[in-house]
Design a protein around this ligand. Structure first.
Ligand code: SF4
Ligand code: SF4
Length: 442
């Protein structure tokens, strides 16, 4: 029986997709679905946040899953989890024992197991339409931290985020931090960096380089410290101009980037080697080739694993999509949107990239380490809370400098009729400034 108040509770609590996308969960909760999938696949190298949450909060995650099933009318709930985490699988199986419509589905140890398109296909055997979203085939996918926040939504708004702090740190850990805590402060929770010159990325494959003063948000799942000069840091810091210049001269059109692309293997019209070819063209020819980037999910497998020349087709695809957006070309208006319905490539099961091999290729094997959950919330005295940590438009600030706030007070509301999520104070204190962020000091 659906709980009529749950959608409003989720909206008021500011729950968003914690897996990275930041899609406001109250919108997903209003859809009509057949299946809700708990995404605990966690395939980003070195991160342990989702595994730790499933181990420690299995019952709450199952409660969140059941609330989403009730809200959407779904008769099935599936907990997708890596088979290699046997303790997590047992915790989830114990939590669903005797409950109707729920099952755990184990996945292999490959990348990108947590990608929505890939996960929905694994669980349902159906392909999301090109350029579409899971609900078009009756599925809703929520990250495990999102489901935890759904379960807590009636009691408390989202003020904290869980993340793994790892890499070249003294004590890798998974922590619960007030939203808006700085990266620097987050590193202290892991005993700080153990090297002097370092850089920080928020994840190896889909992440970016973060400034130490940047705040963590609802969607931050990890921080990885690497020595300055590490190839991953260098690659993520390269300019678009340099990427295009080297790509133009060094790409030999071997098409490995396409052959390993997970979306291509699912049968979608995406071919990054053709987008690389566009670098040598201009005008209409370039536009036609760029359209092969429209369905790219930016997983980085082509750039960080497949390309033998160490080129960066992912970044070239990102630039191609931006150029097409400027010309108002999207999937709907694309010339490729006439292809037959996608059908999975026969090589799909054989080209899944094993995580250990990916870790070695990324040069991260020296940093493989457990990052156990530290359940106590870190005491932080200063936060800078982003008003835009979700898909859609930024929240509208409802506080001003000098105002006293308590943890959980609303500081940013959803603009009337817009896609957005509410934002709350994550510590008790005084508002110091309000711009694109709300800064609070205890
Ligand atoms: S794998 Fe590298 S070299 Fe081969 S086509 Fe793709 S970008 Fe070019
Ligand atoms: S980043 Fe590369 S491998 Fe990933 S979807 Fe885009 S083109 Fe395919």
């Amino acid at each position: 029986m659906a709980d009529p108040g749950i959608v409003e509770a989720i909206r008021k609590a500011g729950v968003v997709g914690a897996g990275g996308a930041g899609f406001p969960t109250h919108v997903k909760a209003q859809a009509k679905a057949e299946v809700v999938i708990s995404n605990g696949a966690e395939c980003e190298p070195l991160l342990h946040k989702d595994k730790e949450l499933q181990k420690h909060y299995a019952a709450l995650i199952v409660e969140g899953l059941e609330l989403m099933m009730a809200a959407t009318g779904a008769s099935q709930g599936v907990l997708a989890v890596k088979a290699k985490h046997k303790d997590v699988v047992s915790a989830l199986e114990k939590a669903i024992k005797g409950r109707r419509g729920l099952r755990a589905q184990t996945l292999g140890n490959y990348y990108p197991a947590g990608d929505e398109f890939s996960l929905v296909y694994e669980v349902t055997g159906k392909l999301i339409p090109p350029g579409g979203i899971p609900i078009q085939i009756g599925a809703v996918v929520d990250n495990v931290e999102t489901l935890l926040n759904v379960a807590l939504a009636k009691k408390q708004p989202v003020t904290d985020t869980f993340l793994t702090v790892t890499g070249a740190v003294n004590a890798p850990v998974t922590v619960k931090l007030p939203i808006g805590t700085s990266v620097n402060e987050a590193l202290t929770q892991a005993g700080n960096a153990k090297i002097k010159d370092f850089g920080v990325i928020d994840s190896a494959m889909m992440g970016r380089v973060m400034d130490p003063s940047e705040p963590v948000a609802k969607t931050t799942g990890g921080l990885i410290v690497l020595p300055k000069g590490h190839p991953l840091l260098r690659k993520k810091s390269a300019s678009a101009e340099r990427i295009a210049r080297i790509g133009r001269s060094a790409c030999d059109q071997c098409s490995f980037c396409t052959e390993f692309c997970p979306r291509y293997l699912l049968g979608y019209s995406i071919q990054p080697h053709k987008v690389m070819r566009s670098l040598g063209f201009a005008g209409a020819d370039r536009k036609v080739l760029n359209e092969w980037a429209l369905l790219c999910c930016e997983c980085s497998l082509c750039s960080l694993y497949a390309c033998p020349e160490e080129l960066d087709p992912k970044s070239v695809c990102v630039a191609a999509k931006a150029a097409l957006r400027e010309k108002k070309v999207d999937w709907k208006s694309s010339t490729l949107n006439k292809s037959p319905a996608p059908a999975a490539h026969p090589m799909l099961p054989f080209r899944k990239v094993p995580l250990p091999r990916l870790v070695r290729k990324l040069g991260l094997h020296d940093y493989l380490a457990d990052a156990p959950l530290q359940e106590t919330r870190a005491a932080i005295r200063k936060v800078r809370i982003p008003l835009n940590q979700h898909l859609g438009v930024p929240a509208l600030p409802v506080v001003s400098a000098g105002q006293k706030v308590r943890r959980g007070d609303l500081v940013g509301q959803i603009p009337e009729g817009k896609l957005a999520a509410a934002v709350h104070a994550s510590i008790d204190g005084v508002v110091k400034s309000v711009d694109s962020h709300v800064m609070i000091e205890a």
